[in-house]
Design a protein around this ligand. Sequence first.
Ligand code: PEP
Ligand code: MN
Length: 341
Amino acid sequence: MLIVMTAHASKGEVDSVIRVVESLGFRAHVMPGATRTAIGVTGNQGAVDLSHFENLPGVAEAIRVTKPYKLITLDLRPERTVVDLGGGARIGNGSLAIIAGPCAIENRKQAFAVADVVQRSGAKFFRGGAFKPRTSPYAFAGLGEEGLKILAEIRDQFGLKIVTEALDEGNVELVEKYADMIQIGARNMQNFTLLRRVGRSKMPVLLKRGMAATLEEWLLAAEYVMAEGNYNIVLCERGVRTFAQHTRNTLDLAAVPAVRRISHLPVIVDAAHGTGRNYMVTPLARAGVAVGADGIMIEVHARPDEALSDGAQSLTLDEYEQMVREVSSIHKVIAANGSRF
Ligand code: PEP
Ligand code: MN
């Protein structure tokens, strides 16, 4: 259920609605907006009697939500969510967020070389895995906490915000200690205990689309996180499995406008995992920006041929700099023309 308050509802009136919601054993999610506050109600199994709320002071209307999601929708929050990590690092505010770095943190020297270029490019976010989900149990699985410490040093030295993956519930606390944003990988998009755990975190979440997930499944995964009270979520389209053999995954660019139509959450495009091929990364990053993504994720390595993971889809430092110039120009054109996605 969704309770829409009148434009002039007072805080006291909002609080009394919350009290009634909680007295029924449900949870209230308050979403203040530019013109009115909306309160999403979760925790009810069946339909709630709207008359509990319709006549409370300050309530404009109580609406039964028939869609599978209640919190990620534009019905609850017509304004876009802006995920703000501080220091000017925002996603969803109309700027182009660039999240770049190596697939995995391999050692200090490797990570610092990339961070230096990422920072000089004007990007505000640095990515790098310390816990890596690998298809083979024998492949490099990341440095663990040592990798997180390198990431924290990068934040201190370069002022970049750190985005890194938590592979399981046990990792989340460590990631919270060292990073600024928790990445949930494609393979974990439906790890519901992990989703609930990051839903209880104070840290923003980057939620990748599962490699065979429908739009609805992906949005419901975000709903899991929101239902626990964490509203700072960025969706990341990273390609899905198809019969195509010319790419590692098929980057579903139509997912960007499709998300926009339903949700207030920002959405970014991962052109690295979305293609798996170095020569395709820049063209698809350009396309991601053109289609209206709030940002892009890119893997970068000084020596892709020596990378311990995902070298085939990593840009060199020079290629990365050139890519940033190209996507920035495209973003400027789109912003100048006031495109509405
Ligand atoms: C990654 O970002 O390095 C990664 C493992 O991504 P995905 O979960 O999309 O495969
Ligand atoms: Mn990778």
